[in-house]
Design a protein around this ligand. Sequence first.
Ligand code: GLU
Length: 272
Amino acid sequence: MCGIVAVSGVGGSTGACVEGLRRLQYRGYDSYGFAWARQGCIDRLRSLEALDDLVEILPEAPAALGHTRWATHGGVTLANCHPHLAEGDRFALAHNGIVENYQALQHEAEGVPADESDTRVIVRLLAAELSRGTDRGTAVRAVCGRLRGRNTVVVLFDDGELFGYRHGSPLVLGDGGEMVFLASDALSFAPRTRRCFLVPDKALVRIRGTGIAVSGEGNNAIALRWEDAGFEDDDFGKDGHPHFMIKEVMEQWRTIPQQATLTRDALDGLCS
Ligand code: GLU
């Protein structure tokens, strides 16, 4: 279960993005990466190490995108780490999911490396669509519409504009006043805001500065209804347990509703 965190605002986005991704480590990952846009250029840092070992302080930027990867296609290599950059570094892209028809889509291009991940196919398709002059939002929607399976995609453009398309795995918007978040889980931005909006399935999000627009499948505008995230900020930690998995097991007494718990009596009843 990968993690995505995108941040946009007046400044400090890279720091908030690193902090946000650290809070998504409970989802597990084999590698991670960040991309940030400032002064019309995208830079990035990717790593196969643990995120906790990151000591480098990323430069200030008004918009940033982070991703923790669980490899499904293509080896755990730096080349396959997200965010991926398009040729010419016009945009960086992070993806959560599996492109079930990626091989068919790969055949549309020549000279594709053997170990290419399914995500790189999305990057190539989007670059091709944009080079035909299609506007960004239409291009993201058109490309995502060609992917089979459940695929959530976030794209950061070199001028700091962000687009997110949700299909399957969640995307949550967070309103932090001077900073806006688009992430896999509201816990990632919990210390900064509890005001969140769960992006509906197959909706497209566009973020420019702190301005947000969400549109549905038919390009209809979707009104933002901010809600309280309804969690405690310390929900994200290991709560004294050595691993997140053990924490999850120990929390089952309150996360599984009582009537859904399988008791010995119920089991005997089922077996008799
Ligand atoms: N299928 C993509 C990959 O292997 C995304 C994996 C993920 O969701 O982390 O890179």
